[in-house]
Ligand binder design. Structure first.
Ligand code: GAP
Length: 517
């Protein structure tokens, strides 16, 4: 197993061991690509939602939020194009009987070529040391240039085939590249065919097609169909946005990589409605704004842009923000210029006028839309993957004395303060510790823990990312102070109980994170 794979395995195990994420229905051996968030997971997830919501709604004069239903009128999905065009190209291997996404087989082939490029880069980096110029090397090294050209040609052919809905061309590409089943090496493939990703269910009181309902595959349509409701009830003028956080469902065929690709997941989406002709300017604005939001939490080199080669049916421009997950750079967020496709389609199919009257121009028109769409679960995975480190305990000489520590931004940490009585059998110390818990619990997420030795309790709090551990000892009974231990530096500070709230709240509050935007 490579170091990368081992790190990812450790991360998944850590998520389970410390109550962040469990496999759904584990007692029945689990349900593939469906996961449950545990006690620490739900707190971290809520903090990520809060960071997104406050930056998107609270801090914007012209963006409001909604929470629309998961079930929508089935015509919604006809109008949006999902019934006809929300497909993945599937291919089966006749020998292994395994099913794959044809585009992912091709991407996997290109990733192998990319690995060769990266190997060359690593080798050269070692050879040239500090003098190494990666950009120049990639542009001039013959093997790298050839391999990159190969990737570009293959990806272009795939994008063309997907755009033209040409499944024969896609199969030809797989055959020509001699792509084999990763399971058994067989090249005995079926034809490629399209598979719709929407789950459906049935209304109880209407049988047949009429009563067919879909579980929404994106939250965006709940925003589009409410455009006029929101605009009229909030008296917003263009440009303005509507934001929403909610569940989405996709019948993913190849569901893997833990919570990266799930069948039930959460999206945080914002549709920004603009005057036709100004979409490019707003697309650029939201690209910049969203990248900045990520960079407040993650180092710039962990993020990169990926322009779509194969535009979705509704878009005139689209780009992904990719994050360096433990298994490589993958899509974390999409920014899409969706034109007037959705509002126009709903207008046509519903027969209702869905237009904005512009008081500046005295005209009515269908607004254009720029969308930002991020998967909450992917953001969770990115945050956990960055935060989890195994390091030598600060201040200790022994390199073998290590700890797992989750270096989350304190505003995101599930527990902000752990309250740890040094003697769990001493009534007075326990009473004092409870007093501290009660003094803080209204404003700070705390945990009271007396279930082990102080060393073990510290390690456990490090592993869940608690920024401050407060210990209550015999001195606390005399001086009404507690010892506050900082997770990252391990520096200890004596603080009067009466001052704890005022001193700690600004250090763990979401405001600190939002101020960086
Ligand atoms: N409304 C536009 C839209 O849904 P998308 O690129 O299909 O666009 C947006 O999805 C984001 O939703 C992705 O960038 C990703 O973070 C997340 N996402 C999509 N499919 C997912 C899945 N199966 N599991 C987890 N997250 C997913």
């Amino acid at each position: 197993m490579s170091g990368q794979d081992q790190n990812f395995k450790n991360l998944v195990a850590h998520c389970k061991e410390y109550g962040f994420i469990y496999q759904s229905s584990e007692v029945y051996d689990g349900l593939a690509a469906v996961y449950d968030y545990g006690p620490n997971g739900v707190l971290l997830k809520n903090s990520i939602k809060e960071y997104w919501w406050k930056s998107m709604v609270q801090m914007q004069e012209n963006i409001v939020g909604i929470d629309s239903a998961i079930f929508m009128h089935p015509k919604t999905w006809k109008a949006s194009g999902h019934v006809d065009a929300f497909n993945d190209p599937l291919i089966d291997n006749k020998d292994s009987k395994k099913r794959y996404r044809a585009d992912q087989l091709v991407e996997g082939y290109c990733e192998k070529i990319e690995k060769k490029i990266n190997k060359e880069v690593d080798k050269a980096q070692k050879r040239f040391g500090d003098a190494f110029d990666k950009v120049q090397f990639l542009a001039t090294n013959e093997r790298c240039v050839k391999n990159q050209e190969k990737i570009d040609t293959i990806m272009k052919r795939m994008a063309d085939a997907m755009t033209a809905d040409d499944m024969v061309a896609l199969k030809d590409l797989i055959v020509e590249l001699e792509i084999a089943d990763p399971e058994n090496g067989s090249k005995n493939w079926t034809d490629v065919r399209q598979f719709n990703l929407m789950f459906n269910t049935q209304l109880g009181n209407i049988s047949g097609e009429e009563g067919k309902l879909y579980l929404r595959p994106e939250t965006a349509q709940g925003i589009f169909v409410n455009f006029l409701n929101v605009q009229k009830t909030t008296r917003q003028k263009l440009p303005f946005g509507i934001a929403q956080i909610g569940k989405a469902f996709r019948n993913e065929i190849v569901a893997r990589q833990f919570i990266f690709r799930m069948r039930e997941f959460e999206q945080m989406e914002m549709q920004f409605f603009v005057q036709p002709g100004t979409q490019k300017e707003w697309y650029d604005y939201w690209k910049k704004t969203r990248l900045n939001w990520h960079q407040v939490l993650h180092a710039a080199e962990k993020l990169r842009w990926h322009d779509h080669d194969n535009l979705a049916h509704y878009a005139d421009a689209a780009v992904d923000i990719e994050f360096q997950f433990p298994f490589g750079f993958r899509e974390l967020e999409g920014i899409h210029s969706r034109t007037d496709f959705d509002l126009k389609a709903h207008q046509e199919l519903s027969g209702r006028k869905i237009q904005y009257f512009d008081p500046k121009t005295n005209e009515s028109y269908v607004p254009f839309v720029v969308e930002t769409s991020i998967g909450l679960d992917r953001m969770f995975l990115a945050t956990m993957a960055t935060a989890l480190v195994n390091e030598q305990v600060p201040g200790q000489d022994d390199p073998n004395n290590t700890r797992d520590v989750l270096k989350l931004h304190p505003a995101l940490s599930p527990i902000k303060c752990a309250i740890l009585p040094l003697k769990k059998n001493d009534e007075n110390i326990v009473a004092k510790a409870k007093e501290v818990f009660n003094a803080l619990k209204g404003s700070i997420q705390c945990m009271y823990d007396d279930t082990g030795s102080i060393g073990k309790l510290y390690r456990r709090q490090d592993a869940i990312g608690t920024p401050f551990c407060l210990t209550i000892d015999f001195d606390s009974l005399e001086d009404n102070c507690v010892t506050v231990r900082d997770r990252d530096t391990l520096v200890q500070e004596r603080i009067p109980i009466a001052e704890l709230r005022a001193k700690l709240l600004p250090r763990v509050d979401m405001g600190g994170l939002l101020a960086k935007l």
